[in-house]
Design a protein around this ligand. Sequence first.
Ligand SMILES: Cc1ncc(COP(=O)(O)O)c(C=O)c1O
Length: 387
Amino acid sequence: MQHIYLDHAATTPIAPEVREAVAQAMEDCWGNPSSLHLFGRKARDLLDEARVTVAHALGCLDAEVFFTSSGTESDNMAILGAARVAPPCKRHIVTTAIEHHAVLHACQRLQQEGWEVTYLPADRYGMVDPDDVRRAIRDETWLVSVMHANNEVGTIQPVREIAAVCRERGVWLHCDAVQTFGLMDVSVDELGVDMLSVSAHKLYGPKGVGALYLRGGVKIAPLLVGGAQEREMRAGTENVPAIAGFAKAVELSHSRYASAGQQIWQLRERLRTRLQERISVLQVNGHTRYCHPGILSVTFEGVSAESLLIALDRRGIAASAGAACSAGSIEPSHVLLALGMSEAQAMSTVRLSLGRGNTPEEIDLAAEVIAEEVHRLRSKTPAPTGV
Ligand SMILES: Cc1ncc(COP(=O)(O)O)c(C=O)c1O
């Protein structure tokens, strides 16, 4: 059976060159980069080179890049680390209702400590209004956190406009760019952000490694203590092979993101039109113009996303729900609910996310199979009335 992977927003397969770079680093650079001897220096050199590569892709200085264990840690570090250095009169954060849980749960933790958090809404296309950010910022506001592309519906936020508002009001802006780094231009100066989170496994790199960009002059508190690594911002011996793999993934993605983005977008559009041709009632979610090139969120009214995903998996197609799986039960996604969907609509939504390994033939076959399964599942339930 042919297997078609349409879950690149969850994770991407490791690029062969990345695998090689990781293996090479394990072989040649296994020393502790904090050691002063030859073995340590070799690991240190690789680490330094990797930092330069990531910094180059972000358009920042290498001293502004801090390696972490994940996008989640980068988000936590930015929000909790910034909060730890806030003066007592500045205990307010502005974020959005559609952020990843790595941001939302960090904010909720601060709320438990007495912070105030404003969760801005998004419109039905998943877009946050910079004027809402302007209105939400007050004298006590310490930080704003708005993602670049939403991981469920793909909508790209007006980060540049939001950054201009934050700069005007003298408030730091953090941006979660986990879904876009490696696929789009994520230049920190272009975006105007003060902090930015990225993760290697979304761009064909290894899991368990990410980075946080901190603009020079933005001083936050470390989450992890107990060592002077990462210029005292993140204690713990660095995962040099994973970081080397991350740098290789960045190098590969950065050299071809414009063409890869275009190619993936064409495949996404092919899938969207094929599905629309074959299935009479469906709703494509997210923004039609400001959209991540590889994310296609679709609601099939009257169809349980869970049943559809199981059926697709049986037929070799890997996709995911616009729902978070927690404690064994599928909950409706907070993002889809924030876009104004009903619980039933949210539970009928699947996310098809494409990557650079997909082919037009795969897309045509996937559309065929998805349509067959949607029709089969719908034939068991009353006909949809339109979403
Ligand atoms: C927008 C966004 N932020 C953060 C994360 C977390 O990244 P990681 O899996 O590296 O912890 C993800 C992962 O899905 C994501 O999509």
